[in-house]
Design a protein around this ligand. Structure first.
Ligand code: NAD
Length: 290
């Protein structure tokens, strides 16, 4: 058995097809093709969803065992949040329980995307995630457009003051009520977009603009069913860019994409990065003189 899972030489070194999680006919060819697209592109946008973070231990929404199999989406509406201090406290506690603000670490996919930036191969990241893992992996915060906000901090709905989430969590665990702003007693809300809220206007404007003027958009770990975020590959395609998808399962956009890799982002993206480095002749790349 020759492992076809990795760009040659396979880094996993699996010798048994049954244990190699990235084996699939043509996978190494697809990895090479994505690497070639990246090497040849001038403006690259990486568009990420919850699937890029599942290997960091954060469940996505729609996979089996995902957040929607354990929580009712109705619990996360802005109307419910604002209804009363009791519903607010319940939502804070649900968010803590959901694992979304656990102390997760970036995985190989986040690190590969950050490395693409260091190679000069990234225009920006557009993410639906609220977990801050791209920034933790070393991506420049000013290149990360967070369409659904962030759990990294909370914001006062009265005076707009932001508070680090880490500081608030211990208060929420200890206190009986929903947290209030220490400055003005206003309502504190995680700085994420609840159902029923508008997306942050500036992040959305930038995301649309960057999607329209890129020449390659790579979707990593998104079901592409949440709009308007999922319009980004549509904007890119309509403007003439190539669109590649790295996702565990089929998406509705697969038929329109130039390249689809069904696999785990944390395994596929590091292999793509290695292949890019080899094509670019970056020192230290596998198969290249160091
Ligand atoms: P989604 O749950 O709808 O879809 C996730 C997709 O990722 C699925 O198609 C799944 O097959 C795929 N996937 C799962 N694990 C993967 C892996 N290891 N490698 C590659 N693909 C994998 O998530 P979405 O498309 O991001 O959209 C829904 C919403 O989820 C967004 O609004 C986002 O804000 C929210 N969300 C974010 C987080 C987070 O911040 N980490 C977690 C859960 C949900």
């Amino acid at each position: 058995y020759a492992c076809r899972g990795g760009a040659p030489p396979c880094r996993r070194g699996d010798t048994d097809a049954r244990t190699c999680p990235v084996t699939e006919d043509g996978l190494s060819g697809k990895i090479e093709k994505l690497a070639a697209l990246i090497a040849g592109a001038g403006r690259i946008v990486v568009f990420t969803g919850a699937g890029v973070s599942t290997e960091s231990g954060i469940p996505d929404f729609r996979s089996p065992g995902g957040i929607w199999s354990r929580f009712d989406p109705e619990e996360f509406t802005i109307y419910r949040f604002l209804a009363s201090p009791e519903t607010r406290l319940k939502q804070w506690r649900l968010l803590i329980e959901s694992g979304l603000i656990a102390d997760a670490r970036p995985n190989g996919a986040h690190r590969a995307v950050a490395e693409l930036e260091r190679l000069g191969k990234l225009d920006c990241i557009i993410t639906q995630n609220i977990d801050n893992l791209h920034q933790k992996a070393g991506s420049a915060p000013e290149r990360v457009y967070e369409l659904h906000g962030t759990m990294n901090h909370a914001r006062c709905l009265g005076c707009g003051q932001r508070y680090a989430m880490a500081d608030l969590l211990s208060r929420i665990r200890l206190e009986d009520g929903a947290p209030l702003c220490p400055e003005c007693d206003g309502i504190l809300k995680p700085d994420v977009i609840f159902f029923g809220e508008q997306l942050p206007a500036e992040a959305l404007r930038q995301a649309v603009e960057h999607s329209r003027r890129c020449d390659l958009l790579i979707v990593v770990g998104s079901s592409l069913v949440v709009f308007p975020a999922a319009y980004m590959p549509v904007y890119a395609k309509e403007a003439g860019a190539a669109v590649a998808i790295v996702n565990l399962t089929v998406t509705d956009f697969d038929d329109r994409a130039d390249l689809v890799i069904h696999g785990k982002a944390g395994e596929v993206m590091p292999l793509v990065l290695e292949a890019v480095k080899r094509i670019l002749g970056v020192a230290g790349a596998r198969g290249e003189p160091g």
